[in-house]
Design a protein around this ligand. Structure first.
Ligand SMILES: CC(C)(COP(=O)(O)OP(=O)(O)OC[C@H]1O[C@@H](n2cnc3c(N)ncnc32)[C@H](O)[C@@H]1OP(=O)(O)O)[C@@H](O)C(=O)NCCC(=O)NCCS
Length: 157
């Protein structure tokens, strides 16, 4: 995997093709597309997305950071967004490298906490193992909802 590069006008077409491979649900793919376009138009403060390519320049993984302006800890917490690896390239350590890269980017921006919004959907089971391996703790999982939140604090670690 090459070092991740920021989303740009140049790579948005391959980024959007990668979304279609990574995320199984149409609603997620549409939302990701909107977020990418808004990011290039500088409409959403705090959003950044990166793509990793293989040696032939093919986009194989993506990751991102965003701020949740509706949240009370808006200034202290950064969120992992649109994180995934092309299905043909999984179990090769790409997801793990991308998560380390993203954690490092969050630290460089001075954040002390990183959170993840995920769900009980079986497609996300692999991601949960990966998050837990990287020190994220499940902080909220209400029985009445499919939503799960993970969190990791950087201070002193
Ligand atoms: C989650 C995902 C990014 C992992 O990417 P990856 O490149 O395959 O991950 P890695 O090869 O770096 O795996 C790292 C660790 O994660 C865990 N893991 C990854 N895939 C797994 C799977 N299918 N089953 C169980 N554990 C898994 C393992 O602990 C693995 O370590 P190991 O290979 O030493 O056992 C990938 O499966 C994916 O894109 N899933 C769909 C998108 C998604 O769910 N995104 C997150 C939304 S919240």
């Amino acid at each position: 995997m090459n070092h991740p590069v920021l989303l740009s006008e140049k790579n948005i077409a391959s980024a959007i093709s990668l979304i279609d491979k990574v995320f199984p649900y149409k609603e997620d793919r549409e939302l990701a597309r909107i977020n990418f376009i808004e990011t290039l138009e500088h409409k959403n403060y705090g959003q950044n997305y990166w793509f990793a390519t293989d040696e032939n320049g093919k986009a194989v993984g993506m990751t991102g950071l965003y701020l949740d302006q509706k949240n009370k800890d808006y200034n202290e917490t950064i969120w992992l967004g649109w994180f995934g690896v092309h299905p043909d390239y999984r179990r090769k350590g790409i997801g793990s490298s991308l998560l380390d890269f993203t954690i490092n980017e969050a630290k460089k921006r001075g954040f002390e906490t990183m959170k993840i919004y995920t769900s009980t959907d079986e497609n996300e089971g692999a991601a949960h193992k990966l998050y837990e391996n990287h020190g994220f703790e499940k902080i909220e999982h209400s029985k009445n909802t499919e939503i799960i939140y993970y969190s990791k604090h950087f201070v002193g670690r």
